[in-house]
Design a protein around this ligand. Structure first.
Ligand code: 5GP
Ligand code: ZN
Length: 136
């Protein structure tokens, strides 16, 4: 994909601190980490979001994420990490090539991944479920 920074990393056109590679996936360190050790796990085939990824690429990517997460925990982590995937502009996706963030967590780190909780009106939760189910 022309102009895609992660495609360039996949093609070795720009450098990255790689920690994992197989035929479908690469994993490398995020250059602006939320915590040190923050990794990105990226399918080699270009797709914008999770919804656009092929099932084979998706399976390979999630399996690779597990391997990288375990390695993070064993190397210098403590087993705690956040797995985050931003899909689309409104969700905060900046790089338009699907990727999973693995962010190691430490006691008293300053990272906050929290949201405030809304409430559904009467029966509204079932209406939402019905609307979604129509498209499954
Ligand atoms: P997003 O907000 O799209 O989910 O996150 C994109 C991530 O990619 C950001 O955390 C950013 O620091 C990282 N990033 C952007 N450009 C590069 C790059 O050229 N190399 C590496 N290693 N990470 C990058
Ligand atoms: Zn790409």
């Amino acid at each position: 994909m022309e102009g895609c920074i992660f495609c360039k990393i996949v093609d070795n056109k720009i450098p990255a601190a790689k920690v994992y590679e197989d035929s479908k996936v690469i994993g490398f360190l995020d250059i602006m980490p939320a915590n040190k050790g923050h990794c990105l796990v990226v399918p080699k085939n270009h797709a914008q979001t999770l919804a656009e990824m092929g099932d084979d690429d998706l399976c390979a990517t999630i399996k690779a994420a597990k391997k990288v997460a375990r390695a993070l925990s064993l190397s210098f982590g403590n087993g705690s990490f956040n797995m985050v995937m931003n899909n689309g502009k409104e969700a905060g996706q900046i790089v338009g090539h699907a990727h999973i963030h693995l962010i190691p967590r430490f006691q008293k780190d300053r990272l906050r991944i929290k949201w405030s909780h809304l409430k559904y009106g009467e029966n509204e939760i079932n209406e939402y479920a019905d609307k979604i189910k129509k498209f499954i």
